[in-house]
Structures are given as C-alpha cells and as structure tokens.
Ligand binder design. Structure first.
Ligand code: HMG
Ligand code: MG
Length: 286
C-alpha cells in the first residue's frame, strides 16, 4: 500500500484573493463544489479579514452559505482576529466541518505589511481566536509566511522560522504550514529551513506551502517529502499570489502536485480528471 500525502487546496482563497476583478459568489461556489467532488479532503474557501484589505474575500459568508457541503471535506477559512471569528461563527452552517487557519509571519516586515502589527502582537491577537476555535471544537491550522524570503526584510534565517513556529505552537498545538510566500526558495534553502524546524516540531505537524515564482515549487515539495512532510498546499490552475507580497504570483498548481505525487508512488485520493476540469474553470476566472 503506497503512502498517503494530503493536499490542502487553497485556490478559492489564496488563489482568488489576489484577483482584482471581483468574482461572483456563484462562480466561487461552483469552483469549490467541483473541487469537493475530486476527493480533496481540505479546501480553503475564504477568509474573514478586513474587506478594505482584501476586497475579493468580502463575500466569504455568502460562499459558506451557498456551497454544497460534502461530509468528507473540511472547509478552511482564514481568521485574523476575534472580529473574524465572530463573522465565521455567524456564517457557519450546522453539520459542516470547518478549519480555522490563523496566520503569522516569520519576518517583521511582512507581518507589518500583511497584518499591520509585529509578530509578537499577531501572536497575542490570535490567542483568543485559538481559544474560541478549541472551545467550539473547530480544527485549527497555522500558517507561517516568508519562511525563506521576505519582500521587505530579505532572506529569513531558519532559526527565525523555528522560533516563530515554536511560539505559535505554544499557543496551542496545531499543524503549521510553512509558506514560501514569494516563491523564491531553492531546494537547498528549503532543506536548511526544514532541518532547523524539524529539530523542534515533528514532520507530521508541518506542511509545505510553495508559491511557484521561481519554478522550484515541485522540487521544494520533493525535498520536503524526503524530510518526512506529507501535507502540501496548492491551488488549482496555479491560481494565486498575495496582495501584500509584491511580486508573488501563483501557488504551485494542484494538478502538477497530484501528478508529481502519483509519479513518485504516493496516494492522494484525488481524481486528476476532476482537478483538470476545475483547473479549466479556475483559469477562466483570471
Ligand atoms: P488593522 O487595520 O490593523 O486593524 O487590520 P483594525 O482593527 O484597526 O481594523 C481596520 C478596519 O478593518 C476596521 O474597519 C475594522 O473594523 C475592520 P473601519 O473601522 O476602518 O471601517 N476589521 C475587520 N473587518 C472585517 N473582518 C475582520 C476585521 N478586522 C478588522 N476580521 C487586519 C488588521 C488583520 C484585520 C488587517 O490587517 C487585515 O485584514 N489584513 C488582511 C490579511 C490578509 O488577509 N492577507 C492575505 C492572507 S495571508 C496569505 O495569503 C499568506 C498565506 O497564503 C501563506 C503564504 O503564502 O505565506 C496564508
Ligand atoms: Mg500563500
């Protein structure tokens, strides 16, 4: 029996958040519902952030209300603060499995740009969100951005990533997705970063989140696999970017990750034909 690797689909959130043309709720819902039929177990569908900062995600409550929930899919949303948690609490539909994603940065420059506060302040701000999610029995996941490079501060040291991951997991144990936000990481630097983080956190608690600016994302996934990671984020059709990371284009494409993992002999449970249809749909939204 081949080993299982989980794919976290982030296209409807990380992918679409950067599109300047506002995409209809119906189109987002159609994409999410198609993705849910592919066998993906985790789909990130929106974020409850300030609509002034990320206008594309301002309709996340309507997206949650209109998707056709699949029992075996967990629907993830980004929540930056208690205001976001309250919006999620009001929007969530009974019986649906959600995941709250809290997000911080390994670099101070990106923290200021993305969250308008320092790393320490962002960790304080997410503490009540984490407590609320745990109290409501909602799954948690953490994101750490800029794990190799920051658009403002330059290269990020591996020790800095380990320190931030450790501080995040001191709030509550949670899996942490390590973000190459700019897509500039090389396999060598990913390896050095992971070796440091793995000194503090086991591989089953880590995920790789690679943007593909430099065309190295698949090689970075291979390096991460060799170090024991079995959870990767990707966006169908290679959608993506980040409004607060100038120069960051798409996430690694889900269809490419599924093909890579299949070629390497891993199981994903994801149907490549359905993903190919979803990739066509996603590309039509750009
Ligand atoms: P702020 O300006 O520092 O805080 O924003 P504030 O409390 O002063 O709020 C400003 C305004 O936003 C106020 O409205 C608040 O009410 C409102 P005003 O009084 O001006 O009319 N507000 C909210 N509205 C809706 N929902 C909320 C909310 N909170 C405040 N939850 C804040 C702080 C975090 C809210 C802001 O900085 C923000 O929304 N940032 C956006 C962050 C974001 O979504 N970034 C993209 C996702 S992260 C990413 O893509 C990286 C990742 O993919 C991994 C990787 O690749 O590295 C995860
Ligand atoms: Mg991202």
């Amino acid at each position: 029996m081949s080993e299982f690797v989980r794919i976290h689909e982030v296209g409807p959130r990380d992918g679409l958040q950067n599109e300047t043309r506002i995409i209809d709720v119906a189109q987002k819902v159609a994409l999410i519902d198609l993705l849910a039929q592919s066998g993906l177990s985790h789909i990130e569908v929106g974020s409850f952030v300030s609509p002034k900062w990320v206008p594309q995600m301002a309709d996340s409550d309507r997206v949650l209300a209109q998707i056709t929930p699949m029992h075996d899919v967990r629907y993830a949303v980004l929540v930056p603060n208690m205001r976001g948690w309250e919006a999620l609490a009001a929007a969530r539909v009974s019986g649906v499995r959600y995941e709250v994603a809290v997000f911080i940065s390994a670099s101070e420059g990106f923290s200021q740009s993305n969250l308008n506060c320092s790393i320490a302040q962002s960790i304080d701000r997410l503490k009540p969100v984490v407590a609320a999610a745990l109290g409501a029995d909602v799954a948690l996941r953490g994101y750490v951005s800029c794990v190799t490079d920051c658009p403002f501060d330059g290269p990020t040291s591996p020790a800095q990533v380990t320190d931030v991951v450790r501080r995040l997991r001191e709030v509550a144990p949670m899996p942490v997705s390590l973000g190459d936000t700019l897509g500039k990481a090389t396999p060598e630097r990913v390896q050095a970063m992971l070796e440091d983080v793995l000194g503090a956190v086991p591989p089953d608690q880590l995920a790789g989140h690679f943007h593909d600016t430099g065309g190295q994302a698949l090689r970075n996934i291979e390096v991460s696999l060799a170090l024991g990671l079995r959870d990767f984020d990707s966006a169908v059709g290679g959608l993506g970017g980040c409004p607060y990371a100038p120069g960051a284009p798409g996430n690694v494409a889900t269809e490419a990750v599924v093909a890579l993992l299949d070629r390497l002999g891993y199981q994903t449970g994801v149907d490549p034909d359905v993903i190919a249809q979803a990739a066509e749909m996603a590309k039509g939204m750009r």
